[in-house]
Design a protein around this ligand. Structure first.
Ligand code: ZN
Length: 592
């Protein structure tokens, strides 16, 4: 019925860009960054920013260094003391960022073990574990210190806190403790969101210590005393940005970005990404006369210990420009890692499917698999609404990770050195980084040089419609999404027809081309929040797992909700449905 979406290509320029890739700058950056523990708000982070600025200056690429004040929580140390049948002993423990700091004031209670499962894959790291559900006055964790398996992710930490646990201990899946952050607050807190900051101390322990503790509990009650220290507050963090101006529509820009702060020396997460961004700046600067639109390249601080605080600050501070002129945002995290030859779990929004798939294929001759972007990484722009693509890119093949006995982690190409002191030079592979750079360059050139922004919003409308069908099936007769579904079907046809006409019309001259691209950006401003956001535009939803069209997601669990609660859920759903339908009408007006 509809024409397949055709992706703009410029084989000669794409090949020239890929051929221009050198590994000298990436190699030198890794050599420097491996000497820096780039915790936000520290001298090593400043040194890393200065290195980037100096190298860019040496390459002749103009750079602006912003210095925002970000809210940062750097874990310092924890003391976990156990007393039970086996006597009194201390266990090595680390507190996650943004958990409560007790200082010398220990939190002490009996341990209650709540067995849980480890995440099956990267895509389920943010899920609420089944074991964390529960509650009520006679909840066994109330007033106790809960012991459970998994990373201290915000959903689990928040759930146990609401159940009345006064402390939380997480057993990690391996021999190392992985650093992390446990708040759901995205970026700097506001007065309203501050109440979501965890109020209990949290300790993470290694798997062998967890096994020992579980064995101790078989022999009788064990009490824990938890002490945690975190260095928390507003800290000045440099944020370098490069702008490579296009020559045709320079106000329209692609934002290419990644974090340069890290846990420990963070080579695979994310010095390799920082090296990629620097090499992209060098190559694209050399090709600047052949770029039609602008590429902005940003290195974020505050990702690890500020919950994406750098990219969130940028979204807040440059909201107007992003809203009006940003074509898309492309995130670079943990590319170029050892053994990472597969593109089996790459995130991009549905409208970028044809672009990303063809870019990976044309750069490397490889097939790829899409994962819907998680509410994670530096996707701090969803509530303004540019299309988002990539986050993690190449990974060690799933089969190989199984063979190595790896468990799911959130970076380093799947290497379990992620967020540990082991994330050093052996985690990186510059030849793999070269491959990833070829993918990035092919994708970037297609985005900035395509006459029409190369995003198939009909595919995004399809994804929204499929989600609503699922919500209707789940809610049954309790909700009526039929009028919305009819609107979405019509909108999909309108969008496909619009694109067909626009492809021809864009060639008629710059005025018409610019008008059509402005329509595409406004369509994204409506569709991306519709598909990815729960809250209002220019805000930042919590770092929790959402399904597609989050406003209607409550429909999925309506049937299973307690009967007395169901009418309240339905009132909420009707209001959300009204917002969704208004958005769909606004989309239809843009495309008419
Ligand atoms: Zn990362």
């Amino acid at each position: 019925m509809t024409q397949p979406f055709t992706v703009y290509k410029d084989p000669a320029l794409e090949a020239a860009a890929r051929d221009a890739v050198r590994l000298d700058e990436p190699r030198a950056l890794l050599d420097r960054f491996v000497t820096l523990v780039r915790e936000s708000g520290t001298a090593d982070e400043v040194a890393a920013a200065r290195y980037l600025a100096d190298r860019l200056a040496a390459l002749g690429v103009p750079v602006t260094v912003h210095t925002p004040e970000l809210y940062i929580s750097n874990p310092v140390r924890a003391e976990l003391t156990l007393s039970g049948p086996a006597g009194i002993r201390g266990v090595h423990a680390r507190p996650p960022a943004m958990a409560r700091a007790t200082g010398d004031d220990a939190v002490e209670s009996e341990i209650v073990y709540v067995p849980s499962k480890y995440a099956g894959g990267t895509a389920s790291l943010f899920d609420l574990p089944e074991a964390a559900r529960g509650g009520g006055a006679d909840d066994p964790v109330r007033g106790k210190i809960v012991l459970t398996e998994g990373f201290s992710m915000p959903a689990a930490v928040g759930a146990f806190e609401r159940r009345g646990a006064i402390g939380e201990i997480f057993i990690h899946p391996g021999k190392n403790v992985h650093e992390g952050i446990c708040t759901s607050i995205w970026g700097a807190p506001t007065v309203d969101s501050l109440s979501r900051k965890p109020t209990v101390p949290v300790c993470c322990i290694a798997h062998p210590d967890g096994d020992q503790l579980i064995a101790d509990l078989q022999n009788g009650p064990v009490r824990a005393a938890m002490k945690t220290w975190l260095d928390e507050g507003w800290k000045l963090c440099p944020l370098p940005v490069v702008e490579i101006r296009g020559h045709e529509d320079p106000d329209e820009f692609l934002l290419v970005h990644g974090h340069y702060d890290s846990w420990y020396e963070g080579i695979g997460d994310n010095a390799t990404g920082d090296a990629a961004l620097l090499e992209l700046a060098r190559v694209l600067w050399g090709l600047r006369d052949r770029l039609k639109r602008t590429v902005r390249i940003a290195w974020w601080p505050g990702h690890s210990t500020g919950r994406y605080a750098g990219s969130t600050w940028y979204a807040d501070t440059f909201a107007d420009e992003i809203d009006e002129h940003c074509i898309a945002q492309l995130d670079i995290d943990s590319p170029g890692c050892e053994g990472a030859t597969a593109y089996e779990e790459v995130m991009w929004m549905a409208e970028a499917d044809a672009l990303c798939r063809s870019s990976i294929h044309d750069a490397l001759g490889l097939a790829s698999e899409r994962v819907r972007p998680l509410r994670a990484g530096d996707y701090s722009f969803n509530q303004i609404g540019p299309t988002g693509l990539y986050m993690l890119l190449s990974n060690i093949p799933i089969e190989e990770r199984k063979r190595r006995g790896y468990y799911a982690v959130g970076g380093c190409g799947g290497n379990i050195a992620w967020h540990t002191p082991d994330d050093l030079m052996p985690v990186a592979d510059l030849e793999i980084l070269r491959r990833d750079l070829c993918v990035y360059l092919t994708t970037i050139i297609r985005i900035v040089n395509a006459p029409l922004h190369p995003f198939d919003y009909t595919a995004a409308i399809d994804e929204v419609r499929t989600a609503v069908v699922r919500y209707q099936d789940a809610a049954g007769a309790e909700m009526d999404f039929a009028p919305l579904l009819a609107d979405l079907t019509a909108l999909g046809a309108t969008c496909a027809a619009w694109r067909g006409r626009a492809e021809a019309d864009a060639a008629s001259g710059p005025v018409e081309r610019r008008r059509l691209n402005a329509v595409l950006r406004r369509v994204a401003r409506l569709l991306v929040p519709l598909n990815y956001a729960k809250g209002e535009r220019f805000d930042h939803d919590p770092a929790l797992k959402f399904g597609p069209v989050p406003r209607l997601e409550a429909a999925a669990s309506l049937a299973a909700a307690p009967a007395d609660l169901r009418p309240f859920i339905k009132v909420g759903l009707v209001r959300e449905l009204n917002k969704v339908r208004a958005t769909v009408r606004a989309l239809a007006r843009e495309l008419r």
